[in-house]
Design a protein around this ligand. Structure first.
Ligand SMILES: [Fe+2]
Length: 393
């Protein structure tokens, strides 16, 4: 393909571009980062010119087969905050340079929730959140309190919401205020109390070691809410520990054991005879860029998948190390739920547990349910947007 143009055009404060062999090369003018090639179809898909997207929902009105297979970029220029591009099918588009900077990772997403901050011992201040400032009604929420609540949750992986009504059924209302209630094999809402013939060890009075919930489900529940209706029995204190910090510590202490927990495929099976749920995956999950994604720990229902040539020594050493680390009281925060409290925890990161309790000497009744991460993520983004509008307005 012939060279069309190869002159850098530093017309915008941050980005310069050049068209080389039909590819748009962009680079930042203030540093020496390598230029990035933008594919013509990637640029074509970003067009919001009339007829290209629905004006209400911004969804594309064309599909891949509406775009010529041999589409090329024939011209490009920068004009203030816009990138003007012309394609070989005659289409022209004006693209937002800030959005492009964000898409290629040169600019942070101003509405994105904060990154997780690993913790290896109780935080200096317990992250309690007063529900009276969040409220069931968005119109009467305290915007700063909503942002502070979600900020703490995304950083630490848990908060406890205080002062919700201490009544059965409230947890579903709280869940639907913060996201969308997700049902599973125990129903929409489950009652955590000592029961005869328990369908889970949670429904006994036994101590529960640090664990994440339901690794046997597809998908694994994202966020758990545990609402305290009554907590009068001796014992039954709650524990939390940071699975992200545990994974980081394991990687430093024993990289080969850490690798075994990321590489060894595990099967989790919950099987009551009348109810069977099976999933497979890995105890530690990272994305292709090495970003931590998930930890799944339920040592009562897991088994590594045995295949020829798979040696499980490192896997079992790592699994044991993880159990010791996450159940070490110095790494855990231990607290007592009061009626009206809601533990709000990231089930892909925070491991929870409890001490044993005596159900003959008092009632202990928690109600639990799940939502997914997109609930708080959306809530955070919209809150940041509303606060910005308020400041600007
Ligand atoms: Fe649990």
């Amino acid at each position: 393909m012939a060279l069309i143009e190869s002159v850098w055009t530093p017309a915008a404060p941050n980005i310069a571009c050049a068209l080389v062999d039909g590819r748009l090369m962009v680079r930042r003018t203030e540093d020496d980062l390598a230029p990035i090639a933008l594919h013509p179809k990637w640029l074509r898909d970003r067009s919001t010119e009339p007829g290209q997207v629905d004006t209400t929902n911004f969804q594309r009105l064309f599909s891949p087969i509406d775009v010529r297979a041999d589409l090329e970029l024939v011209d490009a220029s920068i004009e203030g905050p816009l990138l003007n591009v012309s394609f070989s099918d005659g289409h022209r588009a004006r693209l937002d340079l800030v959005a492009i900077e964000q898409a290629v990772g040169w600019r942070t997403d101003a509405e994105a929730p904060p990154a997780p901050k690993p913790w290896t011992k109780p935080l200096p201040e317990f992250p309690y959140v007063d529900w009276n400032r969040i409220t069931f009604d968005r119109d009467s929420e305290d915007l700063d309190a909503v942002i502070a609540f979600l900020d703490a949750f995304f950083r630490h992986g848990y908060v406890v919401l205080r002062n919700t009504p201490a009544a059965a059924g409230v947890v579903a209302r709280v869940a639907n205020r913060l996201g969308y209630l997700v049902g599973q094999n125990f129903g929409w809402v489950f009652d955590v109390e000592a029961k005869p013939s328990p369908t889970d060890l949670a429904y006994t009075s036994l101590a529960l070691p640090a664990h994440t919930d339901e690794p046997y489900r597809m998908p694994v529940p994202g966020i758990q809410l545990l609402h305290c209706v009554a907590n009068e029995a001796p014992g039954g204190d709650s524990t939390l520990v940071d699975g992200l910090a545990a994974a980081l510590a394991l990687e430093v202490a024993h990289p080969e054991w850490h690798a075994a927990l990321t590489d060894t495929e595990v099967l989790w099976r919950y099987d009551m005879g009348t109810d069977t749920v099976v999933n497979r995956g890995h105890i530690l999950e990272y994305d292709q860029h090495g970003q931590f994604r998930k930890i799944k720990v339920n040592t009562k229902l897991d088994e590594p998948i045995v295949r020829p040539g798979v040696d499980l020594d490192a896997f079992y050493a790592g699994r044991r190390w993880l159990s010791e680390w996450t159940n070490d009281p110095t790494h855990q925060v231990t607290f007592r739920l009061e009626p009206g409290d809601v533990m709000f925890m990231d089930n892909h990161r925070a491991l929870h547990g409890r001490t044993a309790f005596d159900p003959t000497r008092g009632r202990r009744h928690l109600q639990g349910c799940y939502i997914e991460h997109d609930g708080p993520d959306t809530m955070y983004r919209l809150a940041i947007r509303r606060r910005r509008a308020k400041v600007c307005g």
